[in-house]
Ligand binder design. Structure first.
Ligand SMILES: Cc1cc2nc3c(=O)[nH]c(=O)nc-3n(C[C@H](O)[C@H](O)[C@H](O)COP(=O)(O)OP(=O)(O)OC[C@H]3O[C@@H](n4cnc5c(N)ncnc54)[C@H](O)[C@@H]3O)c2cc1C
Length: 271
């Protein structure tokens, strides 16, 4: 449980962090809250030669409303989202998902940028941001680019980010009045979800049902055609590829997707 030796640079700005990344290529890794990267380094699943610490960059740690959009800085922590009136009022789905992550320590250290870049398929925020049709803003040596959340998650722990880029913002539509709910199942009160379901209007996103967060498109189609929640929930797992592992087999995960989707739709639309 001891990481391989590494150098450490505390970035003084996003521009400084980009310079260091540019200099060291894929030998460098950004460090934000450290809640995923440090355990991986201790297990030697990650062995960066240099860590570029962006955890204290104030320019990345913000939440603001910009017209009909809510803009979340890549360095905003889960606890910032839970405490933010803007998030609670304009994108309550994200407040609900952030509140369910891990325990207080994880929520005080873990960042939105780190969670999305780490891209665990069972992560809470990736599914919520996918359901919200969010947009990811990325800064790199070639300038600033935006990627739709639907295109950002590429495979297990793999995103559209290049090794010399930084996730600087997440943009989500301010749809405060839209019916939404976040439902998850975990065997432990402060544990990762086995499966989670984010509902925003008629959009449904699933966590833990494949290599990336997924939209439950077959269920969404049932709703779009005027079908009821039970009929939609029956198809929540259609086309998904959940794993079987020591926590649960794939059939159980499919069962959870159906049950949680039904519950999330009912709770979202009964409010
Ligand atoms: C005990 C425990 C329980 C947990 N429970 C949950 C849970 O229930 N639900 C859940 O969703 N998550 C859970 N997590 C994971 C947690 O959400 C992590 O905080 C999150 O995945 C990573 O955020 P971080 O800021 O700590 O990133 P770090 O660990 O610092 O970095 C993670 C990865 O993202 C990269 N990165 C970080 N910031 C950026 C950026 N701005 N741009 C580009 N790349 C970046 C890093 O280089 C690294 O590869 C848990 C973690 C632990 C240790």
């Amino acid at each position: 449980m001891i990481p391989a030796p590494f150098d450490y640079v505390r970035a003084t700005s996003v521009a400084h962090a980009l310079d260091v990344l540019g200099e060291h290529g894929d030998h460098a890794k950004l460090l934000a809250g450290g809640q995923s990267l440090l355990p991986m380094m201790k297990l030697r699943l990650a062995t960066p030669e240099i860590l570029v610490d962006i955890g204290d960059l104030g320019e990345l740690r913000f939440v603001r409303r910009d017209g009909e959009t809510v803009v979340i800085g890549g360095g905003a922590r889960y606890a910032d989202l839970v405490a933010s009136d803007v998030i609670r009022q304009s994108v309550p789905l994200i407040a609900r998902a952030a509140r369910r992550v891990g325990d207080a320590q994880i929520r005080y250290r873990g960042t939105v940028g780190g969670a999305l870049a780490h891209a665990d398929p069972a992560g809470d925020l990736p599914a919520a941001i996918l359901a919200m049709d969010g947009t990811i803003v990325i800064s790199g040596p070639r300038g600033i680019r935006t990627v739709a959340a639907a295109d950002f998650f590429v495979d297990y722990y793999t995103t559209a980010l290049a090794c010399d880029e930084i996730l600087t913002e997440i943009r989500v539509p301010a749809t405060g009045a839209e019916k939404c709910w976040y439902e998850r199942f975990s065997e432990r009160s402060a544990g990762w979800p086995l499966v989670a379901v984010a509902v925003a209007g008629t959009r449904i996103a699933l966590a833990g049902m494949g290599p990336t967060p997924l939209r439950a498109t077959a269920a969404e189609d049932v709703l779009a055609a005027g079908g009821d929640f039970a009929g939609a929930a029956e198809l929540a797992a259609a086309g998904t590829t959940p794993v079987s592992d020591h926590r649960a087999d794939a059939d159980y995960r499919r069962h959870l997707a159906r049950v949680l989707t039904h519950r999330a739709l009912q709770r979202a639309h009964s409010r």
